[in-house]
Structures are given as C-alpha cells and as structure tokens.
Write a protein that binds this ligand. Structure first.
Ligand code: SF4
Length: 194
C-alpha cells in the first residue's frame, strides 16, 4: 500500500534539482520505519549506497547498526528511520556543496514532517550544522541535546569518523546514543541553542 512517504520517495527518485543528479547511479532517499520515533540524518550516500540505493549500507552503516543495537536496543526496521542531507552521491565522495544541500533540503524536510520522529540524531558536521543552523563544529555541539521543532536533536559524530578514530570517538558516539535513548524516554533537551 502506498504511503505519503513512499509517494515522496517515488517523486524524489527522478529529482534533477542539483548537479549531483548527473553523476549518481540512483537517488538514495532513505529507509526504515515510516512512523519511527527515532531518525538518523547523515551527510550523503557513498559508493555502496549509490550502487544499492539504500543509506548507510557500507562499513559506516554496519557500525551504526551495531552501536544503535548495543546502546539503544533497536534495529533498523524497528522504530528507526535513516536518511541523508543530500540524496545523491557527490563524485569521489567529496563534501556536498552548499547549493546542493539547499536544493535537497525540501526532501529532508518532507521526511521530517512525514516520519515525525520524537528524537533526531544528526551524524557529523553537515547534518548537525544544517539542522541546528550553526557554524559550530560537531566536537563542540555534541554532549548536549537541543530542541528542534518540538523534538529533541542529538548531535553525534559520523560513524566514518569512528572508523577512522577508533576507541575515543566510539565511546563518544556510545554516550550520545545513550542521550538519545534518554530523550526517547522523555528527557528534555539539555541546551536551548548551540
Ligand atoms: S542531491 Fe537532492 S536535490 Fe540534488 S539531484 Fe539528488 S535528490 Fe535532487
């Protein structure tokens, strides 16, 4: 049965609003429970995601799945929705350009509106800065949680940073996921703004 989120996904699959359309294999819209109370927002698809059409399916995604299961007791298909700031892979995994992020934002806004999660976990600088509308970096943003349109936003490191950085970043992400779990249980945001 079609859902509003599935309808938007079909619409996005043909999107040519920015130049990333020219180099992608396919649009990586998002995946998971369409009525999840927990939503993760990353940066953009990598090579594996571009090939399969699904977000966070490479090594970063496998690590994220493991940490979410261990710290929050959840799996991808169980109350979790995952999306990215840009839905098409930037060539050679370069950073998305501001105009690409801006062009793609309506798709993310539609996902936020339709999934309507209680808690949003932003993964890394791009998603955290975009949704919190700040230039403050993730290493300073994390540790606190923030209000976001009646929800709680929990910034944390991108799992790729954990793969690069090892034990220290891993412990930080684990601690942030515990904050997200507490927010799901009703804890209010720890800060009013970045
Ligand atoms: S990145 Fe977003 S705005 Fe750009 S073509 Fe892909 S779906 Fe459209």
């Amino acid at each position: 049965m079609s859902t509003p989120l599935a309808d938007v996904s079909v619409e996005a699959s043909g999107c040519t609003r920015c130049p990333l359309a020219a180099s992608r294999t396919q649009v990586v819209f998002g995946m998971g429970d369409p009525s999840a109370d927990l939503m993760f927002v990353g940066e953009g698809p990598g090579a594996e995601e571009d090939r399969l059409g699904l977000p966070f399916v490479g090594r970063s995604g496998q690590l994220l799945d493991r940490l979410v299961l261990e710290e929050m007791g959840r799996r991808r298909d169980d109350g979790v929705y995952i999306a990215n700031v840009v839905k098409c892979r930037p060539p050679a995994n370069r950073d998305p350009k501001p105009e690409e992020v801006a062009a793609c934002r309506p798709w993310l806004e539609a996902q936020l509106d339709l999934v309507d999660p209680k808690v949003i976990v932003t993964l890394g600088n791009f998603a955290s800065r975009l949704l919190l509308d700040t230039t403050v970096g993730i290493t300073r943003l994390r540790v606190r949680t923030y209000p976001y349109r009646g929800r709680v936003l929990v910034p944390t490191l991108h799992p790729a940073a954990v793969l690069r950085g090892g034990g220290g970043p891993m412990a930080q992400v684990r601690a942030d996921l515990v904050r997200a779990k507490l927010a799901l249980a009703g804890d209010p945001p720890l800060a009013t703004r970045p």
